[in-house]
Design a protein around this ligand. Structure first.
Ligand SMILES: [Zn+2]
Length: 243
């Protein structure tokens, strides 16, 4: 198949994800590249991340606060200059009904992104319900945001983004060359310290070896995506445009 490559740098981009760290795993090198080129990058996280622990005695209120700060640190690590918006829906219980769609459509109208990035709701055989619902919400909120008669009570005008990039895509067809921004992605991921054990296989007593193994794994994935299109490092998406 032939891949489309490298959207023009948007003036504003909005990444929407289910949990703190999803944007970092899937799109942060692309967002780092655009930030460096002057794009205003905003992050919007739909849930509070309150299931992100294997410790039954964890202080969940503290975990939620920690994860919000980690998300802000991750945005800083890629040089993002936009907003970090936390919806704080309960982790694991995200729904894609009209109420969260209305809230999300309002943020799209407020932030006016040229490019929206989000989960692919059509990804087959995926178990996590939040990722499915986050995907539906992203698409449904774009449809609502772009036309004036959806949620006409909003105090901001309707807004139609130019493109949607779906990450963890079932049928990826677009790559962003992120060579030079691979280290920023690793730094953004490592900002999520509370997730070292559950998603990065880095133990609390790691002396550096496990962090290094994680770094190599992330770089290796970006190399694999870049290889067929002849670039050192890349991130892959399903591109939908025009919207
Ligand atoms: Zn997630």
């Amino acid at each position: 198949m032939s891949w489309s490559r490298d959207l023009p740098t948007p003036a504003r981009a909005l990444a929407i994800a289910a949990h703190p760290d999803d944007i970092e795993f899937n799109a942060s090198a692309t967002l780092a590249k655009w930030s460096a080129a002057g794009c205003e990058v905003s992050h919007l996280v739909l849930t509070d991340g309150s299931k992100g622990t294997w410790d039954p005695d964890e202080d969940i209120t503290a975990l939620v606060a920690t994860r919000e700060q980690e998300q802000r640190d991750a945005a800083k690590a890629i040089g993002a200059t936009g907003q970090v918006v936390m919806f704080r829906e309960v982790d694991g219980e995200l729904t894609s009904g009209v109420e969260p769609r209305e809230r999300l459509a309002r943020w799209i109208r407020e932030l006016r992104p040229d490019v929206v990035l989000g989960h692919d709701p059509w990804k087959r055989y995926r178990l996590h319900p939040d990722h499915r619902h986050a995907g539906w919400l992203t698409i449904d909120a774009i449809v609502a945001a772009r036309d004036p008669f959806f949620f006409p009570d909003h105090d901001v005008p309707h807004h139609r983004p130019d493109a949607l990039l779906l990450f963890e895509a079932d049928e990826p067809d677009h790559v962003e060359d992120v060579s030079g921004f691979e280290a920023a992605k690793v730094a953004a991921l490592l900002a999520h310290r509370s997730q070292y054990v559950t998603t990065m296989e880095i133990a609390p007593d790691d002396t550096g070896e496990q962090r290094e193994a994680f770094r190599k794994k992330i770089l290796g994935r970006m190399r694999e995506v870049g290889e067929p299109v002849g670039v050192d490092f890349a991130e892959a998406f399903k591109a939908i445009r025009p919207l």
